[in-house]
Design a protein around this ligand. Structure first.
Ligand code: WT7
Length: 635
């Protein structure tokens, strides 16, 4: 028997050692005992990082939707699979059982087939967080079509680029979406994008907001009437282990987005096994990840990982601030959420609003809290721990990437003692390495370097769609025979990892490497500071100097800005050293952020160096309007 469910620290170390000593054997046991295969594999793993090529469970045949749906019907047919919580709190939540999901996915799959979609075709899904999003993803997987979900906040340009890159045949969208008290004309955005997308044959349109939209004859089709007519049975396509499951775009440091390609068997095994352990899921738990399915977090930990475990997974259509900043906690209370997984950005935004929105809700159902997507600063970590988890719910700070497909470095709750701002220990099967600038591995503890992974894991992306060379160059060329994550990390005295941020965010000041994240953490400890971002700008003597953009908390009392500047540098001096002091501090109202909450430093760097003639592409920003404000303040 494999230790599918790790229950204490000793067991974690045991399992981890086994996973490193004999990875093939380790993954084979997990695959064997916990999944439904149409045919067994011939070989567990074949790999060569110099090509790079990685194959898991070669020769096996399966369909991931049989693992996520069909096999649960006997024991969990009437259990809620997807619990849909609408944007408008007055609209009723929907409990979609495994039986319902089976029928709805099959109907959808039959609709896709009737419109000529076959195994291997690419289908672009551009939908809000409504049940049709999860269902269409699974319907594609049912028939072997490759889904490419594009987050429904992306612009028409961004959408068109992604459709064209993978030559999608179909777009699935809706007549619009709700976002707080606003509606968004998604179909209009699709129409705009499709002016330059020659490969699209049909657009399937779900009804959500009853908007009066244009339907292009011969191309656009309302979904509901087709679903009504479709059969509830659809034989699952038998897929090879390494057949593509989906493409998901992620931004590169420059140039066009990278279509990360994930394949079937390894992705399924890894997301299911990580979900079970990282969230310690028990049969009657209600699990909620607040991400959008448009990101990898939603693919792996709203849809595939939870459903492969027969879990109840919540899908929330709305935003944390509507109808007020208590919405998350209202939902936790309403659905008695047991595991809650969100982003540090959301935590900071909610913390800023004060405790009045928290304290009027019963959060006693919560057992485990999670964070993902960026380093969490100490202050936000403690706010989350004190006020949401009431110091009894472990926080899993999960480090991973679109490219890794699943969680890589994380505490196992109730096993791994947590430590604020530390993602702690590698998940079983993950072999991290810290590398120095010369390309050698840095051994031992209390060290810092570039984070690489030395050995393949089942859910790693296999290529960049249409550009294997770029895949090789980006991830396998910096360090010999290793996957390079692009992140820096330190390993503390007990071997815990702390992600220090992207190494492309490193600023060299007077020959010293300074990470932006620790400096920002220090600044954020100032009681008047809500958020900050550091960039480098050219300096005659030091090469680079540090420029800080600082958002002050709205406390009502006025502060002497000169004093705050001095105090900030005082804290930095104390925490990091005088070398990390800021040369300039600009108080600002907002920071330019990508839709996944990352600060777009490229823009801040340009403004700091007074080079605003060409700010580059700002179309992927969540809040492009803040940019002009920052420029005006700077001048
Ligand atoms: C980058 C990947 C993983 C799903 C969401 C983001 C940063 C992610 C953490 C964490 C510190 C983190 C890294 C990573 N990151 N999780 N727990 N602590 N940094 O996916 O958009 O592909 O971004 O997010 O820099 O490389 P992504």
């Amino acid at each position: 028997m494999s230790n599918y469910h790790i229950k204490n620290l000793e067991e974690y170390f045991q399992v981890y050692r086994k996973s490193v000593r004999n990875p093939e054997n380790f993954w084979e046991e997990i695959a064997e005992e916990h999944f439904l295969w149409r045919k067994r594999w011939d070989k567990v793993l074949d790999w060569d990082f110099t090509k790079p090529e990685v194959k898991w469970f070669e020769g096996a045949k399966l369909n991931i939707t049989e693992n996520c749906i069909d096999r649960h019907l006997v024991t969990r047919g009437n259990k809620t699979a997807i619990l849909f919580e609408p944007n408008n709190p007055e609209e009723e939540a929907q409990h979609i059982t495994y039986n319902d999901l089976y029928k709805r996915v099959n109907k959808f799959a039959n609709v896709l087939k009737s419109k000529g979609i076959k195994k291997g075709d690419r289908v672009c899904i551009y939908l809000p967080m409504i049940p049709e999003l999860a269902i269409s993803v699974l319907a594609c997987a049912r028939i072997g079509a490759i889904h490419s979900v594009v987050f429904a906040g992306f612009s028409s340009n961004a959408l068109a680029t992604r459709i064209n890159d993978s030559e999608c045949k179909m777009v699935i969208t809706s007549d619009g979406s709700y976002r707080g008290n606003k509606t968004i004309d998604l179909k209009g955005i699709v129409d705009e994008a499709l002016r330059e997308c020659p490969t699209i044959e049909n657009v399937l349109v779900a009804k959500r907001i009853n908007a009066n939209i244009q339907m292009k004859v011969g191309r656009d089709i309302w979904l509901q009437p087709l679903l009504n007519e479709a059969s509830e049975d659809c034989e699952a396509e038998v897929m090879d282990a390494e057949d593509p499951l989906f493409i998901l775009y992620t931004s590169g440091s420059t140039g066009k987005p990278k279509g990360m390609l994930h394949t079937t068997a390894g992705y399924m095994v890894y997301t299911a096994y990580t979900f079970k352990n990282v969230f310690q899921y028990k049969e009657n738990d209600v699990y909620w990840c607040t991400a959008d399915i448009g990101w990898i977090t939603g693919h792996s930990y709203i849809v595939y990982g939870p459903l492969a475990n027969g879990a109840t997974t919540v899908m929330f259509e709305g935003v944390p601030s509507y109808p007020d900043y208590g919405r998350f906690w209202e939902i936790v209370e309403k659905h008695k959420i047991n595991q809650f997984y969100t982003a540090p950005t959301a935590i900071r935004a909610l913390a800023k609003e004060g405790l009045s929105h928290v304290d009027n809700h019963d959060l006693s159902s919560l057992k485990i809290l999670g964070t993902v997507g960026e380093p969490i600063n100490e202050e936000a970590w403690h706010w989350y721990d004190d006020n949401i988890g009431k110091r009894k719910s472990p926080i899993v700070d999960t480090w991973w990437q679109t490219e890794t497909g699943g969680i890589m470095i994380t505490p196992i709750p109730f096993s791994t003692p947590t430590k604020p701002t530390y993602a702690t220990l590698p998940f079983p099967g993950i072999q991290p390495a810290l590398m120095d600038a010369e390309g050698s591995e840095i051994k031992g503890n209390q060290v810092e370097g570039r984070l690489c992974i030395k050995f393949p894991w089942p859910s790693m992306a296999r290529t960049i769609w249409g550009n294997h060379q770029r895949y090789k160059d980006t991830y396998f060329s910096s360090f010999e025979n290793k996957y390079f994550t692009g992140d820096g990390a330190l390993r503390d005295e007990v071997g815990y990892y702390r992600i220090t941020g992207r190494v492309d965010d490193v600023i060299i000041v007077s020959g010293h490497n300074l990470g932006t994240a620790p400096i920002e953490d220090a600044i954020n400890e100032h009681p008047a500071v809500a958020e900050s971002a550091i960039v480098g700008f050219p300096h005659d003597i030091k090469g680079n100097a540090l420029y800080g953009y600082v958002i002050l908390k709205d406390t009502g009392e006025s502060r002497n800005q000169e004093n705050v500047r001095k105090e900030i540098n005082q804290i930095i001096t104390e925490q990091i050293g005088p070398i990390a002091k800021l040369d300039k501090i600009q108080f600002t109202q907002g920071l330019p952020k990508t839709r996944s909450g990352k600060i777009m430093r490229r823009i801040l760097r340009k403004i700091a160096s007074k080079d605003i003639s060409n700010l580059g592409d700002t179309s992927t920003l969540l809040n492009p309007e803040v940019v002009q404000g920052i420029i005006d303040e700077a001048l």
